[in-house]
Design a binder for this molecule. Sequence first.
Ligand code: SF4
Length: 94
Amino acid sequence: MKIKVHPSLCDGHRECRRFAPDFLILDDDGHLELRLAEVPPELQHAVVLAAETCPTDAITVIHELDDRESEHDDVNQDDQTEPIREQPNQRESR
Ligand code: SF4
């Protein structure tokens, strides 16, 4: 997972830093210094929360192609799943 920061949208609210202060480094004016960065796995949840909290949507979360492929595979598996049908005589046979 990566993040992209849009400098023109970052207003220096500093809300994002609460979630990952060692990764989301701000400059002296309170703006994010990052532009494009790979997010370490252990920080991904915190960084997603930071992106969701940013009042100006200045942080875009970019999921890797592998993640999307696995999500796509899950969707395909779901599509092939047979609907669960109740067996009317199943309880009676127990
Ligand atoms: S990215 Fe958003 S929350 Fe973080 S400093 Fe910029 S405007 Fe504020």
